[in-house]
Design a protein around this ligand. Structure first.
Ligand code: CUA
Length: 347
């Protein structure tokens, strides 16, 4: 007799199947060979391409092993399947076979280790004449110091193409652990308070590359992004010259904004060269308006975004150290407008 539940079970299975199909569709929709942080389809840094070569090699070897093992398995399942009047042979152990099956994988592992260890040593070597940059991670933004160029900037890193770079990476004292990652240029490196890690690579193509903090570091971990601008040497030199120039100023609203900035808590946390603002808790803003984005490269530097940010940063980025300008610092909307006007002049 047919069960009264049969129809319902069938419908349940169909629903389950549909749900799985939708889930798979959503999961695969996340795959993209042209995503800004995809590095399997595109590498523009020496360290990223070296790692990709190792991946290609190990994947190739793994694919060959997979085909051999699965092929033998399917062949055996078919050839020795149960048939009437046939009985399985009874035996235990085969020392010779076991020794062979231990030696072969050991040799493969040892073989892969040769280029791997070579790549690890090559990647950790500092090239002669490398551009030195100190990266300091903060909750939730990146500080970059160029000691030889005597400049400090934040979130958007500028590098000349084809010139080796040597990054020293650490987290600010009393901060938490972060991890610096620009997938298309190089592997990840942890930023730890009180410990200096290094990262060496050569950017091989010009362009803008996205990066991301890769170690969970608090409420706005996902908002701790970064950008790298790889430029021709001439463009890089021009950027350096602009960064070294003193901060620009003038105009009525701008002057008012500057005054408010210096009098309020802003100046206690941010530095602007050539003014009294010398705080080091927040990003250095001397050439703030030369960056395309702000707040850990999360937001485009538009008047509207900046206005919201100065008025109420915690609304835009949960867990941020920057206080709400209106509620906590007691600024008026006009004050916020003036401060934004001033910030936008800091080219
Ligand atoms: Cu910083 Cu995650």
């Amino acid at each position: 007799m047919k069960s009264p539940l049969a129809g319902r079970t069938y419908r349940g299975k169909r629903l389950l199947f549909a749900a799985l199909a939708v889930f798979a569709l959503l999961a695969f929709a996340a795959c993209s060979p042209v995503g800004p942080q995809d590095y399997i389809g595109s590498q523009e840094g020496s360290q990223a391409s070296r790692s990709d070569q190792l991946w290609d090699l190990t994947f190739g070897i793994a694919a060959v092993i997979f085909v051999i093992v699965e092929g033998l398995l399917v062949f055996t399942l078919f050839k020795f399947r149960q048939r009437p009047g046939r009985e399985a042979a009874q035996f235990h152990g085969n020392t010779k076979l076991e020794i062979i099956l231990t030696i072969i994988p050991s040799l493969i592992m040892a073989g892969i280790a040769v280029p791997t260890v070579q790549a690890i040593f090559d990647n950790s070597a500092k090239a002669e004449g490398a551009l030195e940059i100190k990266v300091v991670a903060h909750q939730f933004w990146w500080e970059y110091q160029y000691p030889d160029q005597d400049l400090v900037t934040a979130n958007e890193l500028h590098l000349p193409v084809d010139q080796p770079v040597h990054l020293t990476i650490e987290a600010a004292t009393e901060d938490v652990i972060h991890s610096f990652w620009i997938p298309r240029l190089a592997g990840t490196q942890d930023a730890v308070p009180g410990r200096i890690n290094t990262l060496n690579f050569v950017p091989e193509e010009t362009g803008t590359f996205w990066g991301q903090c890769k170690e969970f570091c608090g409420l706005s971990h996902a908002n701790m992004r970064l950008r790298v601008h790889v430029e021709e040497q001439g463009d890089f030199d021009q950027w350096v010259a602009e960064q070294q120039a003193p901060a620009a100023a003038a105009s009525a609203e701008v002057a008012q904004g500057e005054e408010l900035f210096m009098q309020s808590a802003c100046a206690g946390c941010h530095a602007i060269e050539g003014t009294n603002a010398a705080g080091t808790i927040g990003p250095n803003l001397t050439h703030f308006a030369s960056r395309e984005t702000f707040a850990g490269a999360m937001f485009r530097r538009t008047d509207e975004n900046l206005n919201q940010w100065v008025a109420n940063a915690p609304d835009m980025k949960p867990g941020v150290t920057m206080p709400s300008g209106i509620e906590e610092l007691g600024l008026s909307q006009e004050d916020v407008d003036a401060i934004v006007a001033y910030l936008q002049t800091l080219k």
